[in-house]
Design a binder for this molecule. Sequence first.
Ligand code: NAD
Length: 482
Amino acid sequence: MAEILKHYINGTWVASHGTTLLEVDNPATTEVLAKVPLGDRKDVEAAVGAAQEAFRDWRETPPLDRAQYFFKLKTLLEEHFEDLSRMVTVEHGKTLHEARGDVRRGIQNVEVAAGIPTLLMGETCEDVSRGVDSTSMRRALGVFAAITPFNFPAMVPLWFWPFAVACGNTYVVKPSEQVPLTQQLLFQLTERVGFPKGVLNLVHGAKEVVDALCDHPDVKGVSFVGSTPVAEHIYRRCAAAGKRVQALGGAKNSMIVMDDAVKDKTVANILDSSMGCAGQRCLAASVVLCVGDHAYDWFSAGFVEQARKVKTGNGLDENVNLGPVISRAAKDRILTDIGTALEQGATMLLDGRNTADLGPGYFLRPTVLATQDRENILITKELFGPVVALLKVSSLQEGIDLINACPFANTTSIFTSSGRAARQFQYEVHPSMIGVNIGVPAPMSFFSFGGTRKSLYGDLKAHGKESIAFFTDTKVSIIRWF
Ligand code: NAD
């Protein structure tokens, strides 16, 4: 019998009030791993109530003492690094190597958040007027919540709560119902750290829990990562309830290849970017814009040759480079989109659709198509699978204009040996996470992470200094002594 997961509220594992259960399966084997309850408003009420109750004491705990919990957590995360990585692979499908990256990048947020005494420091200025001094301080606000996607089961929740909680806030995490097991394991570790009851809470669920968090008057702010329609919904709903919101949405990422790029490294980087995590990264290369005939010829030939060598299978096998996509529904959607692209006139360069030899898992092999039609679904829609489109442009400027015509603006990279071209690219492109000869330009946890336009609703991004601003109010005192 598959385990029925529980919420973690006020320091205790509790059964959900919600009666609907979803099966969590291993996408490489389709084996059912657990059942996740879809929580309801009562569960949210209990979690937010516990977090609100815990807030005052936690806020008054000195930052140096709060930091100690994160040092302990870091030690436990390292001890359980392989357990967490295997859990990511089993419930998500990405390869063990990629899962280790997911966990590693998550842990880095804990490391940065442990520096909270410095991160929280305000500013002072003597003599803002004669005999008058001014100081600013950052104060915690109360209860915050995160609503997270399936594609980084370990890392994305850790983008938020370590910073929020280190600042003195209390927290509710609502993980993706498709990958709840990594968070369950993570919360078991936080329980061992001994955070005071109510400081950290976990509620499983879907739309009802999300909407209840957005509406709850005691939730001061919501961090969301997921698809653009849901990001927009959450942004509007949180704004209507008068709270802070940072909602990171979907993406459609293009890479530019100049003829002067270092050929083998360019091919390898874009292959990892587009096929890594089965193309289910918000920073995945989805369209490759080759500047000129010559660049197109060497890139397409080299890329197809290398993509053909990718070994697809169960991510627990260390020799596998490409795991399954998350679900049967995701696979069917991607197959439909490839069909549409072909009907719209795209040319198939490498067809990865036939995976009958790989068993029942939700596998797709690398699929490479070419098109010159900017209205083709390959250019307009986030496919979120191991599928990449090649398109030829006549100049760097044409490539930049094409990138800037896209309503999404998450990431983009240029591959070139020209500093001048790279500078023009960085200066002109709209996406805000930019790579120069880097396939996956993911900002480290001490920088902030997020795009713009339809890839980010809100203004303050995830982790780094911007997250400290998101999770605190800056109060300024102006002081005169007669
Ligand atoms: P999703 O939007 O389907 O789900 C994300 C979260 O929203 C989940 O917790 C889910 O339970 C909840 N949710 C889903 N539908 C909802 C609804 N109608 N109302 C309220 N809540 C709802 O996203 P996903 O499929 O889990 O993740 C993939 C998407 O996330 C892709 O679009 C990807 O680009 C995006 N993503 C973006 C970033 C970024 O940094 N911008 C990072 C990772 C993933």
